[in-house]
Design a binder for this molecule. Structure first.
Ligand SMILES: Cc1cc2nc3c(=O)[nH]c(=O)nc-3n(C[C@H](O)[C@H](O)[C@H](O)COP(=O)(O)OP(=O)(O)OC[C@H]3O[C@@H](n4cnc5c(N)ncnc54)[C@H](O)[C@@H]3O)c2cc1C
Length: 370
């Protein structure tokens, strides 16, 4: 008998969500090369806007948001429900919002009446307001997920690098680590941007690293009641932090081992932000470059699959671009369905590997805003 029924490689949101949803399936072990939850997930801004970022996947979005409500109040975790506004510049996006039952379009005056002055000029079509969204403290979220996994009997092995997946006769039999093998009947690889390397001997994955830049601003004015928001023209998002600072973030298409703030983002902050937002002035509290890469795919959407070309018993969950933490327990639901064979009422095909014909890692960057 194998030492474990399931080994999960990686303890970011994808690994913790998978372990949480698989905990009743026998002996489950989560292995991470570092400390638990200290990968890219630990750097997330806590913007939980799944319906905004997955507009075409209503079941996934709603399950994800519900999972934050499910965990609210457990341990140190709270889910703070607050609206997100998106400036709308195209009639097509406005029409899409009008067809939804979880968002409304507001004209500039209605927006001003509800939120006051946030931006100096709302989008040409007005703003889309999403209410089924919120924010959270990501450290508290990950710590609570780990605690909930442990409470369900999941084991953790930090500071242990997995070097490959072991396969015999076309079936997974465990993983190799820097300290030797670990036997398992099923293996879930949720190792963020390192996932393609961990499974490279068995299956190709079109996943590559990129990163995000963020800046924390001390604003001349009170932003504590501002809604979260985003703007496609400037390709940025914002949220007010519990400290009262305004966090503004933006994609940076490449990842460098010595990460620097993208010059275009720096210019945007220096030259445009005080004309874009409705405040007179601000001081930069700090810039943040993430030293750990986020992972993306050719369509900026994750791969959650037991690929046909992979050995039996291998599931991968990675490439969540900027929208992994907000996916919550929905990730684990799909992983569970592959491991157990149980059906799940989510848009599983949207995350299947076979949507890509080219599996190379050298693909053009697809923005979350596209
Ligand atoms: C600055 C920033 C802001 C963001 N803001 C948000 C946000 O507001 N909302 C949101 O939803 N998303 C946000 N994201 C995106 C989000 O952080 C990612 O989508 C998510 O963290 C990906 O989770 P993951 O579990 O796939 O990867 P990770 O969190 O990176 O987890 C992978 C784990 O695998 C481990 N690992 C890697 N290789 C090995 C190996 N060989 N052996 C063992 N372990 C290994 C790593 O140590 C790591 O712990 C943001 C990202 C950044 C960088």
């Amino acid at each position: 008998m194998a030492e474990y029924d399931i080994v999960v490689v990686g303890s970011g949101i994808a690994g913790l969500s998978s372990a949480h949803q698989l905990a009743d399936q026998g002996r489950v072990l989560v292995v991470d090369r570092g400390a638990v939850g200290q990968g890219t997930s630990s750097r997330a801004s806590g913007v939980i806007t799944t319906p905004v970022d997955y507009p075409d996947l209503p079941k996934w979005a709603s399950r994800a948001i519900d999972s934050f409500r499910e965990l609210d109040g457990r341990g140190v975790f709270t889910f703070d429900e607050q609206p997100f506004i998106r400036l709308v510049h195209s009639p097509a996006y406005a029409a899409m919002v009008r067809g939804r039952d979880d968002a409304v379009m507001l004209g500039p005056e209605e927006s001003m009446a509800r939120f006051g002055d946030v931006v100096s000029s709302p989008g040409a079509e007005g703003v889309a307001v999403y209410d089924n969204v919120g924010t959270c403290d990501v450290s508290a979220f990950l710590a609570t997920l780990k605690f909930e996994c442990e409470r369900r009997g999941v084991d953790f092995r930090p500071d242990t690098t997995v070097t490959g997946v072991r396969v015999e006769d076309g079936r997974v039999v465990g993983v190799d680590t820097e300290y030797g093998p670990i036997d398992a009947d099923d293996v879930v690889v949720a190792a963020g941007s390192a996932t393609p390397d961990v499974v490279a001997e068995h299956v190709e994955l079109p996943i590559r690293p990129f990163t995000w830049n963020a800046v924390y601003l001390d604003v001349d004015g009170d932003v504590t009641n501002w809604p979260m928001g985003g703007d496609t023209e400037h390709q940025l998002y914002w949220r007010t932090m519990p400290t009262g600072d305004l966090l503004v973030g933006r994609e940076n298409q490449t990842f460098d081992a010595d990460p620097k703030i993208d010059a275009d983002f720096e210019r945007l902050v220096d030259e445009d932000l005080s004309t874009f937002f409705a405040f007179d002035d601000f001081d930069v509290v700090r810039w943040e470059t993430c030293p750990i890469p986020d992972a993306t795919t050719p369509d900026a959407r994750a791969i959650i699959d037991a690929p046909a070309a992979a050995p039996e018993g291998l599931v991968v969950a990675a490439g969540f671009h900027g929208a992994g933490v907000m996916a919550g327990l929905a990730i684990g639901d799909i992983v569970r369905s592959y491991v157990t064979g149980e059906a799940v009422d989510l848009e599983v095909e949207a995350f299947a590997l076979d949507r890509f014909s080219d599996l190379g890692r050298d693909f053009p960057f697809c923005s979350l805003w596209d």
